[in-house]
Structure formats: C-alpha cells, structure tokens
Ligand binder design. Structure first.
Ligand SMILES: NC(=O)c1ccc[n+]([C@@H]2O[C@H](COP(=O)([O-])OP(=O)(O)OC[C@H]3O[C@@H](n4cnc5c(N)ncnc54)[C@H](OP(=O)(O)O)[C@@H]3O)[C@@H](O)[C@H]2O)c1
Length: 324
C-alpha cells in the first residue's frame, strides 16, 4: 500500500498523519513517481497551519525527486525509470508515490543527486526568481539577506556572491552566522541580539542597501524598509515569523520612494519555457560548484511532524530532506 502524510484539519505539527493512500493509474499527460527524496519547506508549515488555505484533506509538500514508475498516454520525452524532480503545484510530495503532470517534470542531470534535486527545486528556483527576475545584484552592490543560513538563504547568498555582490546576512545564532559567512556572506548580524538596521547603516556608511531579500516577514518589518537606500526595493517573499501587516503606500514615499514586491515562484514559472530555463540556470550554478546544496537534516517521511517542529523552532540550517 502507498503511504503518505495527510492533513485532515489544519493546526500544529501533530495534525500530520501517516496513512494509506490509494494511487490511481496515470491519466493522459501524467506520470507516477516513486519519490526517493522530498524537500521540506517553510511553505509546508503555512499549508499545515492554514495560513495558505487548502481544501482538506490534503497531502502537503511542494518539492521532491524520484523515479518514474508509470506514464499515462500523451507524454513525450520521458520514460519509465527516468530520474526526475519537480516543485510547486500540484502539492502533495509527502508521499511514497504520487501522480504529477509530466510536462512539469525535469530530468535530473548527471552529477546531481536525488537528495540535492529535492533540496533545491523550490528553494533554488526561488533564489533564481529573486536574483534573476526581481533584483539582479551588481558587483558594486551591498545587499541584505534575512535568514541567511536557511534553505533559500544559503542558496541565495552563494549565488549572489557568484554574481559579485557584497552580502550582509542576518541570522539568529553564532553557529548560523559562521555557516552564512562560509557561504557567501561578507558580514553577518545576529538580529536577535543587536539592532540590524543600525548595523546595516553602519556597514553602508549611512547609505543603506539597494535591496532587501526578506523571507522573515513580520519580525523584520519595518526594519527592512529602514535599511534601504533611496528608491531601493524590499522583496518580501515569505512569512517565517508571521505575515507582514498592511502597509500604506505613503510609507514607501516617506522612507525614500521605495519599491515593494510580494512575489511567489509560481507566477514566475507559468510557462514550461520559463520553468525549464530557470531550472537550467539553477542546475548550471550547482554543477559548476558556484552554489553548493547543503542537505543538513534528514528525517523519515513518517516523522514529518518532527521535521516541521525543528524548522519552526529555527533549529535547522540549509535544506532538510524527508526520506520515504
Ligand atoms: N515566495 C516564494 O515563492 C517562496 C518560495 C520558497 C520559500 N519562500 C519563503 O522563503 C522563506 C525561507 O523558506 P525556507 O523553506 O528556506 O525556510 P528556512 O529559511 O530554512 O527557515 C526559516 C528561517 O527563518 C528564520 N526565522 C526568523 N524568524 C522566525 C520565526 N519566528 N520562526 C521561524 N523561523 C524564523 C529562521 O532563521 P534564523 O534562526 O536565522 O532567524 C529560520 O531558520 C520562507 O519565508 C518561505 O515562505 C517563498
């Protein structure tokens, strides 16, 4: 029998239940994948808690890698046995086997392991969206990255360093600060101990940074805006500490004609072409060694609740994998 983690009502990590799930034959255009590694993402906790509402019951999970076990009709370019990876919709990667639209699967290139692929599709493509589509750092830029030792954070910092940027990263502990510095950060600020706005302004001689990549949300607002130079951009791309409260447009004027965007990866990979070309850029930086994928924690899939607790308690660094 195929097993999966199911959510019947939203709530704390204990709502994640390990259950039998029937898997049907693939429909035209679909593939059945036997997952070999599943990526843990902060977004999974928003789904579980109901912050990003989904109809119940559902199987969480937005990132994974595995092997094709069956194919529906009308699938081109893939065969049974291919190693593939995927992210985003339809959600449901917390399962031993699952169905997925074949045209949203990417063959895993040689040289990339299943664990690496499952750790980087959502997190790495998010970094690619931020750095390639929203604000491309110039070598002369000093940029600010919050939660620099996290899953997205470690990839983002290494990639931004590869592009030549000078990086200030915020983190909550000395251990995380050391990891962030080993992965691209020039300076780190322990924002739970010191005022990150004062430190950023000191590092930039009062000028501020042209961009803040902010996946933390509530706790770094409004400080993130106060770190920006005139006409800088605040990219608020996540809510690890909770959602940001409503903001009046006049606030952006008063703080220096600032820009603000609240992006989600799905909206940047709407076409197959956009998806595959962003994935190609990600695989290239990983294969070249410019970006290393840090799989720092592993849990059995059936222990997903433990993994969620660790992520929410800020005990993880880099990427976390669930093994079916
Ligand atoms: N917009 C998109 O399309 C998109 C896609 C993927 C991910 N995201 C967002 O990117 C962010 C990072 O995702 P991730 O999966 O890589 O997670 P992660 O960064 O590995 O974990 C979240 C980190 O946020 C920091 N944090 C600050 N305040 C926190 C709090 N009150 N509770 C928990 N953590 C807190 C922690 O780092 P410190 O201990 O160092 O503070 C924690 O390790 C999330 O906000 C996620 O929603 C957005």
């Amino acid at each position: 029998m195929n097993k999966a983690i199911r959510v019947h009502r939203t709530g704390p990590a204990s709502v994640l239940k390990w259950e039998d799930v029937t898997i049907t034959s693939p429909k035209p255009g679909e593939a059945i994948i036997r997952n070999t590694a599943i990526g843990l993402n902060f977004i999974d906790t928003y789904h579980r808690k109901g912050l990003y509402p989904l109809p119940t019951p559902f199987t969480p999970g937005v990132e994974g890698a595995g092997v094709i076990e069956a194919l529906g009709t009308k699938v081109e370019g893939l065969k049974i046995g291919d190693r593939v990876t995927y992210c985003s919709d339809p959600i449901g990667s917390y399962s031993e086997k699952r169905c997925f639209p074949a045209d949203r699967l990417i063959k895993i290139p040689r040289g990339i392991t299943d664990e690496q692929a499952a750790s980087m599709m959502l997190k790495g493509l998010t970094a690619a969206m931020l750095l390639k589509h929203i604000y491309v750092p110039k070598p002369s830029d000093t940029i600010l990255v919050h939660a620099a030792a996290g899953g997205v954070g470690l990839i983002l910092c290494q990639w931004a360093k590869y592009l030549g940027a000078n990086i200030i990263g915020t983190v909550s502990s000395r251990k995380k600060a050391a990891l962030a510095r080993a992965n691209g950060c020039d300076k780190t600020i322990i924002y739970s101990e010191s005022n990150f706005v004062d430190r950023v302004l000191r590092y930039t001689k009062g000028e501020g940074v042209p961009v803040v990549y902010d996946g933390v949300g509530k706790d770094t607002y409004p400080g993130s805006l106060d770190c920006l130079s005139m006409r800088g951009i605040w990219i608020t791309y996540g809510n690890a500490s909770g959602p940001v409260p409503p903001i009046a447009p006049l606030t952006l004027l008063q703080k220096g004609s600032l820009f603000m965007t609240r992006p989600i990866l799905n909206h940047y990979i709407t076409t197959k072409q956009a998806f595959t070309s962003l994935a190609k850029e990600l695989f290239e930086v990983v294969k070249s060694g410019a970006v290393k994928i840090h799989v720092e924690q592993r849990y059995q899939l059936r222990e997903a609740a433990k993994a969620h607790r660790a992520l929410e308690q800020r005990k993880t660094v880099g990427s976390t994998i669930l093994i079916p």
